[in-house]
Structure formats: C-alpha cells, structure tokens
Design a protein around this ligand. Sequence first.
Ligand code: SAM
Length: 282
Amino acid sequence: MATIDGLPSLRDVINAHDLVAKRQLGQNFLLDLNLTAKIARLAGDIAGADVLEVGPGPGGLTRGLLVEGARHVVAVEKDPRCIAALNEIAAAYPGRLTVIEGDAMEVDLTGRLTAPVRIAANLPYNVGTELLIRWLTPRVWPPFWDSMTLMFQREVALRITAKPGDEHYGRLAILCQWRTDAKIVMHLPPEAFTPAPKVHSAVVHLTRLPAPRFAADERILNRIVAAGFNQRRKMLRSSLKSIAPDIEAVLESVGIAPTARAEEISLERFCALARAVAERGA
Ligand code: SAM
C-alpha cells in the first residue's frame, strides 16, 4: 500500500533494520503515518519552524512532521540501530532532517536549532517527565522553544493539565500551568502502538507564556508547592510549617484558610503565597 510520502511502510523499515522494540528504551512505536501526520498538525505552524524531536525511533512522527512541512527537524535518538533508517528519511528530504545519535538528556543542542523552535515527540516514558521539567525550567525565561507537543502516558497528561480538586492536581500541574497554556489534544489507546503498552496515552500541547502567569519567586514557589504536595493530605498550616514560623498568619494574609490542603489551592493563590513569604524575608 502506498504511504503518505512514497517511502517504505514503517513495518518494512522495522523489518529491514531489525528494529525489534526494546522495553528499556521505552520503545512503543507508532506505525500509522496518517496518525503521525495528525500529531504533526497538532504542533501548530511547523512550516516556519525548526522542530526538535526526541526519540524518533524508526521515524513515524519524523515523517509526519516532514510531510506536514516542517522547515527543519532535528531528531535525537539514543538507539544506534535506528540511525540508518533515519538517515534514509534524511536522504529523501535533503537539508530538512538532521539526525543526532545520542541521549537527549545529555546532548548539546546549542547551535543546532534556529528560532522559532517547536518541540514534538512521542517521548520515551522513562525520561519523558524529566525532559519536560528541564524544558520548563531554563535559567532564563522565555525558553528556546515556542511550543511543545508531547505524547505521555495518560496519567502524566492528566497531571500536567489538572485543576485544583482533581485527583491528579499537584506539582507538575503548577509547574506547567505557571509558564504555559497546556491542554490535552489527543487520546490514544494502547493498540495505537507497536508493541501495545499497558497504559493509555495522550498528546499534550503546551504553549509558552511570554512571562510566568502570576508573579512569584521560582525558588520560593517550588519550596511551597513541594512541601504542600509532599504531605497532600495534611492541612497547610502543618505541611508548610518549615516555610515560615508564622505560616498561619501568612496563609490568612493571602486569603488561604490554614486548614486548607494543597490540592484545593489554585495556582494564583500559590503565587500570592510565594510573594507573601518573600515579603517576610523567607
Ligand atoms: N517517535 C517514535 C514513534 O512515535 O514511533 C518512537 C517513540 S518511542 C515511545 C521512544 C523513542 O525514544 C525510542 O525510539 C527510543 O529508542 C528513544 N529514546 C529512549 N530514551 C532516549 C533518550 N534518552 N534520548 C533519546 N532517545 C531516546
């Protein structure tokens, strides 16, 4: 059957290069090129952008991004077995795909990407959340990327987009929503992948904000949120004791009941609390 780009089907690529999936590399491949092209479209305007892809594997999403007109894709893959297959795609799209063999946690991308940059990836589950946190916490804001369109286990996607009162609301929701607009844009069942993982997946699209949504010192906000959610069943007057000696008064000064729990508190209130703690010289 003809493929969307005239290149061999992903099954043929996997057979030709003997790319038996390795669980330790989080390899669950998307083999439907119509689906990967759809995910590429969810990444927004890629025609005028460089796209960073982590974990291209046999190249399903890479091909989707190229078919959808990405200006330039920089794809970082840790598995050396995939590189020859990816280089075949690069040959079909001269000058538009750079394949880098390496660990995305260590590779230096300086000078490889030209703004505007969008990140799109079906992330390896073992490093996905850590990469997300790194991309969200650069030394200076705004970061090098404009948007991220990322596949996660559904549970992680729910943690990213959760609101106060949701069971998944916690540190990741605060971190993501403080600096981006984050929404789930696609749900995928296990059968969409080969091999099928045990869990459902979802694609999250995060668009960076020009500045954090509410003013707050990042370090203080992190301390408060970490302390609050580490003991999420405890009342804030108890879980935040280490933050300020007069924590009850500080909570009340920003309209938070000292008996409230972290899971009820909005991002805006957490930021107000961080400012109040900063004013008291914490
Ligand atoms: N993008 C492909 C797709 O959608 O079919 C493959 C996705 S698969 C879930 C994750 C990919 O990330 C695998 O190809 C795996 O080898 C790669 N990978 C795992 N850890 C990595 C790391 N630290 N740096 C770069 N790639 C990694």
